[in-house]
Design a protein around this ligand. Structure first.
Ligand code: MIC
Ligand code: SF4
Length: 645
């Protein structure tokens, strides 16, 4: 039987297991990437393993999230990351070099290989025919230690593209359409593999837009074939030698299929507050807009910015709109500077930001109170922009530019003939902002500022547990809601005690204080949730900080993939409430007992919980592999990985 692109990559990296959907497999990892907001923890975790040098083929530590440096914390983190990287054998991409996913696509990704990244948008590399998987920092630490990465074999789901994109309709509109069809949980347990006759016309940066935002469907990854487009892109990046063709066999079989007729697509927008709340832009033209943001790892390539520059050239941004643009990489910024497009953007009234994540993660440019912000980004969860009551719409670069001119959400098709943007023969390839590992590691001292604290050590799972439901939340709770980011909280990423004070702060400002008081009395906490708990970011802080506060279990209807693994890795039980158990059987404030917790975690699919006040017993589902059960019993992965663990 023929194989798909994803299966070919998986088969050639299989360290253990069988390629049967749902079975646990382990993959050899070729490359890793981290960014600063998750990287400090990943490297502190790796450090605690006592291994002198990383064992991966190629690893990069990027700095792109925390570049505001409003206090000493971020600069200290950067210094730690730099000294750590060069000492332990990791490349260091300096702040200013660009957003990890954009730079990795341009400079380091390789078709047919496996990339593990401590950021949920690592699948961006799928635009090159690479299998990129977003994971928590602990998984990176384990990969750096030379361990294969374990996951459940996903189903391979085919997204078949037919026809060709009409003028003014971009790659972003394709993925917004897919999100409309699949929803924010439709990709869970799947790899989305793109194929069909419509693929060949899409350039690598366009494919990367689609692969990037596949993360919003909950998919494990997204892959495109590696073909003539890939060869052309790598050639233009002056690294044709990295090209390898990876195509699906003609008789490849898929677990499911969605056909998208590109010719029938129109400009789309994800409306507040979810990436799957999709509507045609043409129906939203009444919406007045105060801010337009162009950039992020989704739409900040040279193609995107050249398109925006062509649209804005000789025109002025609407007087009620603040237009901010962050180029995705130093390469992109250099090229638009040389071509004069940067001058066109500035002349039109754009505010140019650093090549970094910036407003996408709430690092500056929070919208006005009750404001409407239109962004080319990938997430519009409530509060993520830094303004609790702002409304954020996600659109293509074309729609964003048209909107910046009109002052209201605007269908770019009204602008007349679409600009023709020709890809460059060669990109301005320059890796001088990427520091290689030190030739003499012993001469490098790792520098840790005062905000960089030790990773807390947690106890193993007890025989039985008394706990209270400390918070009840609804469906699709994102990691932004559990552990907010933004300019105030991000600088605390290297200090678990300090950052834990912000856990669930938007839903319940008193949550952390109550949980700590209870923890210190010896009473554990449980979170009660609905479907798709923990969607979004890979930040393991959303598991580690609650665990620090005394959360020992989350009871939900279902979990997002990366967050579920993060919970297990920090010793928090992800327990599912069976479908037949009605609402209200467990409630906020309930006093619970797990009488056989350790025994059941060891080898049972059901975990018993009793409600001590109202009476009654529920069997919760624990669907975990043997490896995951061992981690839970040990009280977290670090207890197993540490020397003597
Ligand atoms: C995000 O987009 O939410 C982030 C910030 O890039 C995160 C990582 C983080 O929280 O540091 C992600 O997507 O994994
Ligand atoms: Fe950065 Fe935003 Fe991309 Fe996350 S989604 S990596 S914050 S640009």
């Amino acid at each position: 039987m023929g194989l798909s692109v994803a299966e070919k990559i998986i088969e050639s990296h299989l360290a253990s297991g069988k390629m049967v959907p749902g079975e646990e497999i382990a993959l050899r990892v070729d490359q890793t990437l981290t960014q600063d907001a998750t990287g400090t923890l990943a490297y502190l975790e790796f450090e605690s393993l006592g291994i002198p040098r990383v064992r991966t083929g190629f690893s990069v530590s990027y700095v792109d999230h925390n570049t505001l440096q409003a206090g000493f914390e971020n600069a200290d983190d950067h210094l730690f990351l730099k000294t750590f990287a060069v000492k332990y054998g990791i490349h260091f991409s300096r702040p200013g070099n660009g957003i990890c996913h954009q730079v990795h696509l341009e400079r380091f990704g390789r078709p047919g290989e496996v990339l593990l990244g401590s950021d949920s948008h690592t699948p961006t590399a799928g635009g090159l025919g690479m299998l990129g998987i977003g994971v928590g920092g602990l998984e990176i630490a384990a990969a750096l230690a030379g361990r294969p990465y374990s996951l459940l074999m996903p189903e391979i789901f085919h997204v078949r593209l037919v026809g060709s994109l009409p003028p003014w309709v971009g790659a972003k509109d394709i993925i917004l359409f897919v999100l409309k069809k699949l929803s924010v949980k439709g990709g869970v347990g799947r790899i989305l593999e793109y194929g069909g006759p419509g693929v060949s016309a899409l350039s690598v940066p366009e494919r990367a837009v689609i692969a990037n935002m596949g993360a919003e469907t909950g998919a494990t990854s997204t892959v495109f074939p590696s073909d003539e487009q890939t060869a052309g892109f790598l050639g233009a990046q002056k690294r044709r030698k990295d090209f390898r063709e990876v195509k699906a066999d003609r008789d490849a079989r898929y677990a499911g299929e969605l056909t998208v007729d590109l010719s029938a697509l129109e400009p789309l927008a994800a409306c507040p507050h979810s990436p799957d709340a999709i509507r045609p832009v043409s129906e939203l033209s009444g919406v007045k807009v105060g801010q337009v943001c162009i950039g992020s790892c989704t739409n900040s390539s040279l193609k995107d910015l050249s398109t925006v520059a062509a649209i804005l050239k000789g025109k002025r941004v609407h007087p009620d709109v603040s237009l901010v643009i962050s180029p995705g990489s130093r390469q992109v910024l250099t090229m638009i500077a040389k071509s004069g497009e940067l001058a066109d953007l500035v002349a039109a009234g754009a505010r140019i930001l650093e090549t970094a994540c910036g407003p996408c993660i709430g690092m500056g440019q929070a919208p006005a109170s009750g404001g409407v912000s239109v962004r080319t980004y990938n997430r519009n969860f409530p509060g993520r922009s830094g303004t609790g009551d702002a409304s954020v719409y996600l659109v293509s670069a074309e729609t964003a530019a048209a909107t910046a001119l009109a002052g209201r959400l605007s269908d770019p098709r009204q602008l007349g003939a679409a600009p023709a943007v020709v890809p460059p023969k060669y990109f301005a390839a320059d890796d001088s902002m990427v520091l290689p590992p030190a030739a003499d590691p012993a001469s490098v001292a790792v520098i840790k500022g005062p905000n960089i604290s030790k990773i807390p050590v947690f106890d193993p799972l007890p025989e039985s547990l008394g706990a209270r439901v400390r918070l009840a939340v609804g469906d699709n709770v994102s990691t932004d809601a559990i552990m907010p980011a933004g300019a105030k909280v991000l600088p605390l990423r290297s200090n678990i005690e300090k950052i834990s004070r912000f856990v669930f702060s938007a839903a319940d400002p008193e949550f952390a204080a109550r949980a700590v008081l209870a923890r210190d009395r010896g009473e554990w906490s449980v979170i009660l949730a609905g479907e798709n708990y923990g969607q979004g970011s890979s930040r393991e802080h959303a598991a580690l900080a609650p665990r620090f506060l005394g959360v020992r279990a989350v009871i939900a209807r279902s979990f997002a993939r990366i967050h579920r693994s993060n919970l297990i890795n920090f010793g928090i039980l992800p327990l599912r409430l069976p479908a037949e158990t009605g609402e209200g059987v467990l409630r906020d404030g309930d006093t619970l007992e797990f009488p056989h917790l350790r025994r059941e975690t060891k080898d049972s699919d059901a975990v018993t919980v009793r409600d001590l006040k109202r009476g009654g017993e529920v069997k919760l589902l624990l669907e975990a592999s043997r490896r995951e059960r061992e981690i839970l019993l040990a009280g977290g992965m670090l207890n197993l990985l540490r020397p003597g663990g």
